[in-house]
Design a protein around this ligand. Structure first.
Ligand code: GLU
Length: 415
């Protein structure tokens, strides 16, 4: 995070919920603090034979609704406050989508692009070795996030199982399909996000078919957001970007070819018919739908006045900061909040756990059907409250999610 600290941003939203829900000061204090934090030094033997110590975290924010759940990020600029903010967001995400889970997040300060595959495997396994006592299907269940993927989850689940002395598929989600993973998990965040965009577009009278879309980020979420947007919803994907920069073509890109180009060349640049743009320019393009699908804090007061989209759909966690939120609301731009819009990943993670516990495997159609229902139900609930109280969708989403967690804490006798 550069401009605004994500944890501070989330706490600010909680304060406004506290006033609205007439929340006790003690309850508010509990909600603004993680229940448990693990800070670890993780020594890993590198390929050159030397030991390097990485810094790792796991923040278990709140487990009133169930075992905590959330991704693990491998990122060179990871900070404990970003992880706290993200763990807090996971709490509200699981609650809003009515999952029997609390919220957590983990991270390792590292640059996976500079690690060999063997170093990455040793780091992944070492993370589990140090965190083992705090993990497990009924404690805390990690999943992929920024720069982690099904392969990393396979290593981690295997390491967990070895230490536990029994194969424990339910200890990690987002695993490969041949190893207890669920159909539909890989593109679940993007697909779920599009269900929310579809509903929101309908409410404001926008047609998604043919709509111009700009997607920032071309990792798992961004690339699937572009693909599904075009192939399932008929949108025109006019701009995409990755950490090196973006490309723009007002006619729209053939996204499958773009994915192949990125796989073959490692970059989006030099795609036929593309004008090169920066990540900052992408935010200000004349599009109907803007999809920030990479990292946090990309729309702030510096560029919110220049946003020209009718819908900003937060497929990433925390891309729009609090000041930008207000500016966009005043300008009549619908911001679809992260913990509503990108809940598809953890929803299908939950489906994966249910399948693991029952030694079952669902087909893709069943996963999609159940995901669509969960996403649209949550959107409707948030939308209806937002309209009723004339507040932004984010505020309505917080009110619903926080009230449920507070109620669970009351019933458990914590407050
Ligand atoms: N990392 C994803 C998120 O931020 C998924 C978490 C999960 O599946 O547990 O929602």
């Amino acid at each position: 995070m550069t401009e605004q600290n994500l944890f501070e941003m989330v706490k600010k939203h909680l304060c406004s919920c506290a006033t609205d829900l007439v929340m006790d000061r003690n309850v508010e204090a509990v909600l603004k603090m993680p229940r448990r934090e693990i800070h670890a030094s993780i020594p890993v033997r590198m390929d050159d034979g030397k030991i390097r110590a990485f810094q790792g975290f796991r923040v278990q924010y709140n487990d009133a609704l169930g075992p905590t759940k959330g991704g693990i990020r491998f990122h060179p600029e990871e900070t404990i406050d970003t992880i706290r903010g993200l763990a807090s967001l996971m709490t509200w995400k699981c609650s809003l989508h009515r999952l029997p889970l609390g919220g957590a997040k983990g991270g390792v300060v590292c640059n996976p692009k500079e690690l060999s595959v063997h170093e990455l495997e040793r780091l992944s396994r070492a993370y589990v070795q140090v965190m083992f006592p705090y993990l497990g299907p009924d404690r805390d269940i990690p999943a992929p996030d920024v720069y982690t993927n099904p392969t990393v989850m396979a290593w981690m689940m295997d390491e967990y199982s070895k230490i536990a002395g029994k194969t424990t598929f339910g200890s990690f989600t987002g695993k490969p399909i041949g190893l207890g993973g669920s159909e539909g998990r890989l593109d679940a965040t993007a697909r779920g996000g599009w269900y929310v965009v579809r509903e929101a577009a309908r409410d404001i009278g926008m047609s998604i078919s043919g709509a111009g879309v700009a997607v920032q980020g071309f990792g798992n979420v961004g690339s699937h957001a572009a693909l599904i947007g075009q192939e399932v919803f008929g949108a025109r994907v006019v701009a995409v970007s990755d950490s090196h920069g973006g490309i723009y073509n007002p006619e729209g890109f053939p996204v499958r070819e773009l994915v192949a180009h990125k796989t073959a060349t490692g970059s989006l640049q030099h795609f036929p018919g593309a004008t090169h743009i920066t990540n900052e320019e992408l935010i200000e393009l004349p599009v109907d739908i803007l999809v920030p699908a990479a990292l946090e804090d990309v729309i702030g007061s510096r560029n919110a006045p220049q946003v020209r989209a009718g819908i900003v759909a937060e497929f990433a966690n925390g891309p729009v900061d609090n000041d930008a939120d207000e500016i966009l609301f005043e300008r009549g731009i619908a911001v679809l909040p992260d913990f509503l819009t990108n809940g598809g990943g953890v929803i299908v993670s939950y489906f994966e756990m249910v399948q693991n516990f029952n030694m079952d495997q669902w087909d893709e159609a069943k996963v999609h059907r159940k995901l669509e229902k969960k996403m649209t139900d949550a959107y409707r609930e948030v939308h209806d409250l937002a309209v009723q109280n004339n507040v932004p969708l984010r505020k309505a989403a917080y009110s619903i999610a926080v009230a449920r967690v507070v109620e669970a804490m009351r019933m458990r006798g914590w407050v």
